[in-house]
Design a protein around this ligand. Structure first.
Ligand code: ZN
Length: 157
C-alpha cells in the first residue's frame, strides 16, 4: 500500500489502546513496511501503528542507526530520568518537555516472530517510550512539563 495517512490532533483513534498481535503474518509485514515508509516520508524517528489508525501493538523506530521493527513490545527495564523536548508526527507544530527514563530495556518480536530485546538510552530510549505511549492511547502533551531554563534538544518522534 505504501505511505499511509498519519492521524493527527483530536482523532479519537489516538486515544485508544492497541491490542497485541497474535501472529506475525504477511498482514503485519505489510503493516511494518508501510509504517517505515510513512515514518521516513514524514521525516520522523518513530511511528506507532496507532498513528496510522491500526490498533495493533507494532512500532518502528530509526534514530539514525537503522530501522528497528518491534511487535508486541513490553518493558523489561525503565531506569533513570532525563528531561528533553519532544515533538510528534500526530501533533504537528507542537513540542514540549517530557521526563523520560534515561535507559530502557524493551522486548518484543521481530517480523519473523523471533524474540528481540533492545537496550537503549537517551534519544533512542525516549523515542521507544514515546511510541509505547501511543500504543496505550497516551500523547506526549499528557506528560508535558514546563520548559526548563536551559533549552534542550528537540526531536520529532
Ligand atoms: Zn508521537
Amino acid at each position: 500500500m505504501g505511505i499511509r495517512v498519519i492521524r493527527t490532533g483530536n482523532d479519537p483513534v489516538l486515544r485508544q489502546a492497541a491490542r497485541p498481535v497474535a501472529t506475525v503474518d504477511p498482514y503485519i509485514w505489510m503493516l511494518l513496511d508501510d509504517m517505515a515508509e510513512t515514518m521516513y516520508h514524514a521525516r520522523g524517528i518513530g511511528l506507532a501503528a496507532t498513528q496510522i489508525g491500526i490498533l495493533r501493538r507494532v512500532i518502528v523506530v530509526d534514530v539514525g542507526d537503522g530501522l528497528v521493527e518491534l511487535v508486541n513490545p513490553q518493558w523489561r527495564l525503565l531506569e533513570g530520568e532525563t528531561l528533553a523536548a519532544e515533538g510528534c508526527l500526530s501533533l504537528p507544530g507542537k513540542r514540549g518537555f517530557v521526563k523520560r527514563a534515561q535507559r530502557v530495556i524493551i522486548a518484543g518480536v521481530d517480523r519473523y516472530g523471533q524474540e528481540l530485546v533492545i537496550t537503549a538510552q537517551d534519544l533512542y530510549a525516549r523515542c521507544l517510550q514515546h511510541e509505547m505511549d501511543h500504543l496505550n492511547g497516551v500523547l506526549f502533551v499528557d506528560k508535558e512539563v514546563p520548559a526548563p531554563s536551559q533549552e534542550s534538544v528537540s526531536e520529532h518522534v
